[in-house]
Write a protein that binds this ligand. Structure first.
Ligand code: M6R
Length: 608
């Protein structure tokens, strides 16, 4: 939700801001803007629309500035218009602010400021920050004190950056609940909402904590406590990602590249965690703690779907009662946390505010909490007792694909490890499960060879208005995920159902323009799902069936058949997910839509 960037150093700042915003654009792309200190004056340029509009607006200007801030917006307060784009300024046009988050008490602050004579030029919550700063600076405070004094008056979630013409060569940042990272370069400092935008400059990063106020200037970086202003320091950590991993590397879209990376993601997430020869899984993350008596998982969106698979695995393999809640609901359902409960917060970004809030509540209620996340530098890692870092690498496409795959693998590992420790998985079963795990990456490569098939199916159905995805058991969440992928990037109305539920209502939707995509791996539920698909066939819905390549019966029923490698039913989600991702991708691409930046969405949802 909104990307922010700020730079102080020897380089000309405009290209630094533009390139930084390009890397952050996945966080929001309604409008973009920048503020720089040019020859002692504040210059602000901002445009509604994608980043290219801002680029166009600054093209041809020989700006020399080396200090500045930039913003890419996901609108919360105020329509998508130039005036609501960030940065926002004070009345005199000397102070500029960019902000990610929501200022909850902005209406009261705004009325008070208007009474004091301030004139507002936008509908945003953010603009109050600029006017509050103006009050502070006019009272003779230094910019750093002004920022602290202002932040004390704000309620809500924020990460904001400030520059001011009276204080050249300085950028000041504050964080409360919204993500912000500092990159420490050689003689240059850069703030960003997310790490990938820093990698062209440095691999040394310092994630800000809530309540941190940080100044960057030509002498370095300086941390202060928001509460009482005392100075302290935080040591940088080194991130291993390469700048190239945040590039498309020849693929048309990030999403396609990320789908193709999944075999490697499977290998990397398994690496060092299980022994192929014995099938034994050793997770150092849980070495010091007993096997939990029960598990409570919180997550959102795609991470929620991975968690639903996780529940199935943890209950089947380790016999641990497991509940899964949407993190946005968890806090409001008066959750009961019994002794011996392990909380699990699943979040790719580690910054989803609903999930962080649910994680905090789990801990408050006495659970030990593990974060399953892809981002070692994230808030989720800092706020949980232990973290399980998935190895998906940087994911840029707004539609989560490879991070989902890594989350699934994390759940297989956890369920097998707990089962082995508890004794619900014996040696023979360990060998069988280990064999399945070891084969997944290669089978995933095989599935990726069906690109042409999925593209052809997308060509056939890209104009339909509705699609139904069905699966049962461990594949019901995969039906949900397939439908979510389709909705979010192709804007086709898609629903995922447990196949057995179709007859209890949704079957009324079926007709010849409503394709049904059925997940039909071999296993105990095969016959049941097959019957459910026959019921759909009788209503003339075209049937796209994913089943084992040797399954002639399924092939006979399908109007389009996706031949899948042979895999144990429990492991089928890993493989059956991939064609659904490809179907969504090619449908959206065929419709000419912006696959990596679908409308209304943002990669990391840092507002409630
Ligand atoms: O970073 P998180 O895993 O916490 O994000 C949760 C959801 O916002 C995310 O999975 C979202 O649903 C994706 N856009 C789905 O593709």
């Amino acid at each position: 939700m909104c990307g922010i960037i700020g730079y102080v150093g020897p380089r000309k700042v405009v290209p630094v801001i533009i390139e930084g915003l390009r890397k952050l654009e996945y966080r929001g792309y309604d409008s973009a803007g920048m503020a720089i200190i040019e020859a002692g004056k504040l210059v602000v340029v901002k445009k509604r629309g994608k980043l290219r509009e801002l680029e166009e607006a600054v093209r041809g200007n020989a700006y020399e500035a080396t200090t500045g801030i930039g913003h890419t917006r996901w609108a919360t307060h105020g329509r998508v218009e130039d005036r609501n784009a960030h940065p926002h300024m004070d009345c005199k046009g000397e102070i500029a602010v960019i902000h990610n988050g929501i200022i909850e008490n902005y209406q009261t602050l705004r009325s008070d400021l208007i009474k004091k004579g301030h004139a507002f030029s936008s509908e945003t919550d953010t603009e109050v920050i600029a006017h509050l700063l103006e009050e502070q600076v006019d009272a003779g405070r230094d910019l750093l004190d002004a920022v602290r004094g202002t932040a004390h008056q704000l309620q809500g979630a924020y990460a904001f950056l400030v520059v001011a013409s009276r204080f050249p060569g300085r950028v000041i940042a504050v964080r409360n609940l919204s993500p912000l990272v500092l990159g420490v370069g050689d003689g240059e400092m850069i703030f960003s909402s997310d790490t990938p935008a820093l990698l062209d400059y440095t691999h040394r990063i310092v994630p800000l904590h809530d309540g941190d106020v940080v100044e960057i200037n030509d002498r370095g970086y300086f941390f202060y406590a928001l509460e009482d202003g005392h100075a302290f320091t935080r040591a940088p950590m080194i991130v291993q990602w390469s700048a190239a991993s945040a590039e498309k590397q020849g693929y048309k879209h990030f999403m396609l590249k990320e789908i193709y990376e999944q075999p490697v993601v499977i290998r990397d997430t398994l690496y060092g965690r299980f022994d192929v020869a014995t099938g034994r899984v050793d997770l150092k993350e849980f070495a010091d703690s007993p096997v939990p008596e029960r598990i409570s998982i919180v997550a959102a969106g795609t991470s929620y779907h991975a968690s639903r698979v996780g529940k199935y695995l943890l209950e089947q393999l380790a016999r641990i009662p497991t509940e899964v809640s949407f993190s946005s609901e968890y806090r409001y359902q008066q959750p009961i946390v019994q002794p011996g409960t392990l909380g699990i917060a699943v979040t790719q970004s580690g910054e989803t505010i609903d999930t962080l809030a649910a994680l905090r509540l789990q801990r408050q209620l006495g659970a030990r909490v593990v974060a399953i996340t892809n981002r070692p530098e994230s808030s989720a890692v800092r706020e949980s007792d232990v973290s399980f870092i998935t190895q998906a690498g940087i994911e840029i496409g707004v539609a989560a694909t490879k991070s989902f795959m890594a989350q699934l693998i994390a759940f297989y590992l956890m369920a097998i490890s707990f089962g082995q420790r508890k004794g619900t998985i014996d040696q023979e079963a360990s060998l069988r499960l280990g064999g399945e795990l070891a084969g997944l990456s290669q089978k995933c490569e095989q599935v990726l060879e069906y690109v042409g098939v999925m593209e052809a199916i997308a060509r056939k159905f890209y104009q339909v208005h509705d699609m139904i995805f069905v699966g049962r058991g461990v594949n019901y969440p995969i039906a949900l995920e397939g439908a979510l992928k389709m909705k979010e990037i192709s804007y086709i109305h898609a629903e995922g159902y447990a196949a057995g539920e179709l007859k209890h209502g949704p079957i009324a939707l079926l007709e010849q323009n409503v394709p049904v995509i059925g997940l039909l791996p071999r296993g105990p539920l095969y016959e049941k799902v097959y019957s459910n698909l026959q019921e759909s066939n009788a209503r003339e819905s075209p049937l796209v069936i994913l089943a084992e390549s040797t399954d002639a019966t399924a092939q006979g029923l399908a109007s389009d058949f996706i031949p899948m490698p042979i895999v144990g039913e429990l492991f089928s989600p890993v493989l059956y997910t991939v064609p659904l991702q490809l179907l969504a991708y090619y449908t959206a691409d065929r419709k000419g839509l912006d696959v990596d930046q679908p409308r209304n969405l943002a990669k990391s949802v840092t507002v409630e």
